[in-house]
Design a protein around this ligand. Structure first.
Ligand code: MTE
Length: 329
């Protein structure tokens, strides 16, 4: 098989993508036609000089390149109805409560220790496993998938993940017939993950999430170990996280250390903390408003190097109904 390698936009320096003049004109243009900025980016430049925080941010995203992998033909960039989100924006606008209660956790998240990472797969399985990251990369064949990503806070992105389908783990560990749900637990160490416990009172750490076995076996359910052609940066949930594009983003636990197969629906982090705001199923649904955000539309954060958005109609199941609607009929 011949591999034709086409460079992705994030593999090309910004200077080669757009001339400086066009870049600034485009910024002015984008600012004039789209809605307000939702936070202000650190990517403010004077002339051609980068701010020191931009350099620091870029360093956090400069993780080792993953070997080129095939893009799953069903999830190519051209199959998306929108451009990919700018990698520098995606890497500075995150939710990772273990490291802070706002979007700007990228610097704090660098305290996450990812060396010698182990993922324990346990519970109702015939073959319990303890994978290290090399095991995972060797055992499961990696591919790229461009997915829409929708947060319950009504902002959205489009992101090029690299990883493998969750069902590969099911096949590897062979859950018993008693296993009906799976529970994911994120890394937690109160000395390191010093998030906003005071603001919320006591939180049920570690961060946990869960799916039914049928959801986990669905074609879309994905474990990501990379993004934008490289290993996952810490702020995105290095070294391995869940990506579930038909559900709100909070279902996708970051920095997973344990995968447990269980018989009954487990308690999960946000559902336990604020049950009327974060339901267990959490499928993207424009007709089901959240108490704080109407879900009818979303703010899509796209290719601009500013944190800026365009308003889009929310799609049921985030546009992935053909894959998952039958799970809920
Ligand atoms: N996983 C952990 N462990 N901790 C978190 O706070 N936030 C969730 C999800 N996974 C979260 C998490 C939420 S609310 C969202 S929207 C996504 O991660 C954000 O992923 P991103 O920062 O890579 O865009």
């Amino acid at each position: 098989m011949t591999f034709i390698h086409i460079s992705k936009p994030w593999q090309i320096p910004e200077s080669k993508l757009t001339s400086e003049k066009a870049y600034f004109n485009r910024r002015r243009f984008i600012k004039s036609i789209i809605g307000a900025s939702i936070g202000g980016s650190i990517l403010t430049t004077t002339g051609c000089q980068k701010s020191s925080s931009q350099t620091a941010l870029e360093a956090t995203l400069d993780t080792p390149k993953l070997k080129p992998v095939r893009t799953n033909p069903t999830f190519t960039e051209s199959e998306l109805d929108r451009p990919l989100t700018n990698n520098l924006v995606a890497g500075q606008y995150n939710n990772f409560y273990e490291f802070g209660g706002n979007k700007r956790i990228w610097m704090n998240a660098q305290n996450l220790p990812t060396e010698d990472w182990q993922v324990k797969v346990t519970g109702l399985v015939k073959k319990p496993r303890n994978y290290d990251l090399d095991d995972i990369k060797k055992r499961f064949s990696l591919e790229e998938r461009n997915y829409r990503f929708r947060c319950v806070e009504a902002w959205s992105m489009a992101l090029p993940w690299i990883g493998f389908p969750m069902k590969a783990i099911i096949e590897d560990v062979e859950p018993t017939s008693k296993a009906k749900f799976v529970k994911f637990s994120s890394f937690y160490d109160p000395e390191i993950t010093t998030g906003p416990t005071l603001h919320f009172g006591s939180l049920p750490w570690p961060y946990t999430e869960s799916l039914s076995i049928e959801e986990m076996a669905n074609e879309l359910a994905f474990f990501a170990v990379g993004i934008y052609g490289k290993e996952l940066p810490k702020q995105h949930g290095a070294p391995i996280r869940a990506v579930l594009p038909w559900k709100y983003g909070f279902k996708g636990a970051k920095s997973i250390v344990k995968i447990e197969f269980v018989e009954t629906q487990p308690a999960t982090f946000w559902h336990t903390t604020v049950p009327n705001e974060y339901d267990y199923i959490a499928n993207v649904n424009p007709d089901k408003p959240h108490p704080r955000w109407s879900q009818a539309s979303e703010k899509f954060i796209g290719e601009s190097s500013e944190i800026a958005w365009v308003r889009k109609q929310t799609l049921p199941y985030n546009g992935y109904g053909e894959f998952v609607a039958s799970l809920y009929s």
